[in-house]
Design a protein around this ligand. Structure first.
Ligand code: PLP
Ligand code: LYS
Length: 421
């Protein structure tokens, strides 16, 4: 459930009517609800209650400073994948002991930054990375806590571009090789093994792949413990999916996911970490846009919006579906008509939806893309010199602009034209 509801015929973000935000910041913009972020974070907390656990928000899904500060205030840890995300987490007040560092290509500079600033653990994804980390930590005279991310070769049954747990994917160490890598880690200076990490993909709508992967991690835990490794922490990754289409069968809830984790690991006396991103931030955000034109094409009408693929790339990149609704509530039983919903960018791929049934809309009308709080603003670009759009955070009847639209002067003057041009 989110906190974007029609009231008095107008779509609201909590208690703020969307046209009021549009008037203040212009369209397009992203808007996030504090209440939804809180609710979704707590769902995971409740799902793991009673277990020794930490919920680390996958910042890659939404790394706005205000969003992560809000979650940090609720007690969330952070899963970071770059030095930039690490610095954002620290700036949001997240202590190093609640930050985990994931990713296949951590640089020595990033390792140095996290080792000096404080880190809960590095989720190491290859032997060369392990060696590099050992060197960086040794040179600093510190010890790097690590898990090894294992690749369990499990089909997550999600979009191929966001599946990470098959052997052909770049992520993790083949699980069969893990004992050898743990043996290597145990001998390296500056390295302390604390656990195992796994993450098999994003937007999973079925628990079975999680079960398959987690059972393999359980077996590996027992095996590694028998070999003398102190496996006291399991990072189980993120990936639980969200309903993108209303009326669609709902994916499993965090409670069911938590029950699965209990079922597989409860008796192991182990600390559990999870790294949810999308389920916390996805349905906590909308992208709001204005209709510029309605253009009659050959056998189809194009709804041309002021938002484009550079603002929300998921439809162009993954063929992803986002519900698109008018901000003025359609009358019950109102006729629908098919539109190709497109943006102004000069690419045919700048298409949000084809032949989407919607109530009739006119130029100047506001429409909202649902489920846009995850992998929306963070994946935006300035393609076609379209400025990054504002982000707004709502709490009850308060709204705050948490990122302003840059001016064209700022954008143009960011570049340097050398004297020889
Ligand atoms: C290592 C890691 N952890 C967590 C996540 C978060 O995934 P999601 O947003 O699907 O929960 C991702 C993204 O797939 C990831 O790569
Ligand atoms: N960007 C993807 C998710 C990537 C998950 C990151 N590991 C999406 O929008 O669905």
């Amino acid at each position: 459930m989110d906190h974007f509801l029609y009231r008095n015929g107008i779509l609201h973000a909590e208690d703020v009517p969307l046209p009021q935000i549009a008037e203040q910041v212009g369209t397009p913009f992203y808007v996030y609800s504090c209440a939804t972020l809180t609710r979704h974070y707590r769902l995971f907390e409740e799902a793991l209650a009673g277990l020794d656990h930490l919920v680390c928000f996958a910042m890659k899904s939404n790394s706005n400073q205000a969003v992560i500060a809000h979650l940090a205030g609720l007690g969330a840890g952070m899963d970071v994948v770059s030095g930039g995300e690490y610095l954002r987490a620290k700036a949001a007040g997240v202590p190093g002991e609640r930050i985990v560092f994931s990713g296949v290509g951590k640089t020595r500079d990033e390792m140095h930054m996290a080792l000096t600033g404080g880190i809960r653990q590095f989720n190491v994804e290859s032997e060369p990375e392990l060696l590099a980390l050992s060197e960086v930590a040794s040179a600093l005279g510190v010890t790097a806590p690590i898990t090894v991310r294992v690749n369990p070769d499990v089909d997550a049954k999600t979009h191929e571009k966001i599946a990470t747990g098959k052997s052909e994917n770049k992520f993790g160490i083949p699980i069969a090789k893990a004992p050898a890598v743990y043996a290597m880690a145990a001998k390296l200076p500056g390295i302390e093994v604390v656990g195992i990490d796994v993450h098999i993909g994003s937007q999973l709508t079925d628990l079975e792949p999680f079960r398959l992967a987690y059972e393999k991690v359980r077996d590996l835990t027992l095996h590694l413990r028998a070999e003398g490794h102190d496996i006291r922490r399991l990072d189980l990754g993120g990936g639980l999916g969200i309903p993108y289409e209303r009326n669609n069968s709902a994916p499993p809830l965090p409670t069911e996911y938590g029950a699965l984790i209990r079922d597989v690991f409860q008796d192991l006396d182990v600390e559990v970490e999870i790294e949810p991103g999308r389920l916390i931030s996805g349905n906590a955000g909308l992208l709001v846009s204005s209709v510029i034109y309605v253009k009659e094409g050959e056998g189809r009408d194009f709804l041309i919006l002021d938002a484009a693929m550079n603002d929300l790339v998921r439809p162009a990149m993954y063929g992803a579906w986002h519900d698109i609704v008018p901000v003025v509530e359609p009358a019950p039983g109102q006729d629908q008509r098919p539109y190709d919903v497109v943006g102004p960018v000069c690419e045919t791929g700048d298409t949000f939806a084809k032949q989407r049934q919607m109530p009739p809309v006119s130029p100047g009308d506001l429409v909202a893309f649902r489920s846009a709080g995850a992998y929306g603003a963070v994946m935006a670009s300035e393609y076609n010199t379209r400025p990054l759009i504002p982000e707004v955070l709502v709490k009850d009847d308060h709204m705050a602009v948490i990122r302003a639209r840059p001016t064209f002067d700022e954008i143009i003057n960011r570049d340097t034209v050398p004297s020889w041009v």
